[in-house]
Design a protein around this ligand. Structure first.
Ligand SMILES: [Zn+2]
Ligand SMILES: [Zn+2]
Length: 254
């Protein structure tokens, strides 16, 4: 862990580091969306798109720091570096020995089996891997920390995920408007939401107006917009609290 993470853990905070805030569109400014959630009990990597493994190193983490990888869905901008991660666990120096958990939505085990057919060398060699598909589910990760999932409207396996520890943090993954998301995010301390475009409304994604409608109903204390297409770079509007536009490297402590 880097110095900041160590401080967060001593203070008992939940901490979110935005490793990437972009999409599948290649960008020098934004990596594909991925977050690292660090808690005193352990660390969860939420989505692992292209170059996320390298980005972890840039921010001072190692792969051994990650206890859980959670995939919100299987699109490449959320999963392409999963094989990179697992391959490095087998052949890095030292080899991984720490247990790893892989969480995702419907069809996770099949997705993993197919990935292993393409890349047999990613099968765990020196550590134990637990794979758990979560559709509409709650699971106790550690003492006092639960993870909860609910299906979203993007791909059939898409899920939003809620971590409840000292605080409550919800990650939407990619999604269109969903009544389930409104109830799921109600009262959250932090909602990390996809907001693909400022104005354009694309099927399976949110724009600012639709996200505002969700936030008006769910009333999370803070909302951070991520999964940002290049249209955001020319956005000239002003976001008011509780909204904040994410940047790669942004850190939030709760
Ligand atoms: Zn995406
Ligand atoms: Zn997607």
């Amino acid at each position: 862990m880097d110095g900041n993470s160590a401080t967060a853990i001593q203070n008992g905070f939940m901490k979110v580091r935005f490793l990437g805030t972009g999409t599948g569109v290649p960008s020098l400014h934004r990596l594909s969306s991925s977050c690292l959630l660090s808690m005193p009990e352990g660390s969860v990597l939420i989505d692992v798109g292209p170059s996320v493994v390298r980005r972890l190193l840039e921010f001072g983490f190692t792969l051994e720091d990650i206890d859980i990888i959670l995939l919100t869905h299987f699109h490449p901008d959320h999963t392409a570096d999963l094989a990179t991660f697992l391959f490095a666990c087998n052949y890095g120096e030292p080899r991984r020995t720490r247990d790893l958990v892989l969480l995702g939505g419907q069809g996770l085990e099949l997705f993993f089996r197919r990935l292993c057919l393409a890349y047999p060398s990613i099968r765990p060699k020196s550590y134990s891997l637990t794979i758990r598909g979560m559709i509409r589910d709650v699971w106790s990760l550690w003492d006092g920390v639960t993870v909860e999932t609910v299906p979203m409207r993007h791909r059939q396996e898409s899920i939003a995920v809620k971590f409840k520890g000292k605080k409550t943090i919800v990650f939407t993954g990619d999604t269109d408007y969903s009544g389930d998301l409104v109830s799921f995010a109600t009262g959250a301390d932090l909602l990390v939401s996809e907001c693909s475009f400022p104005d354009l409304k694309a099927k399976g994604h949110l724009n600012l107006a639709v996200l505002e409608k969700i936030v008006e109903r769910a009333k999370p204390k803070q909302v951070i917009l991520s999964h940002l297409y290049p249209e955001w770079e020319t956005f000239r509007g002003v976001l008011h609290a509780p909204f904040l536009l994410a940047e790669d490297g942004l850190e939030i402590s709760l």
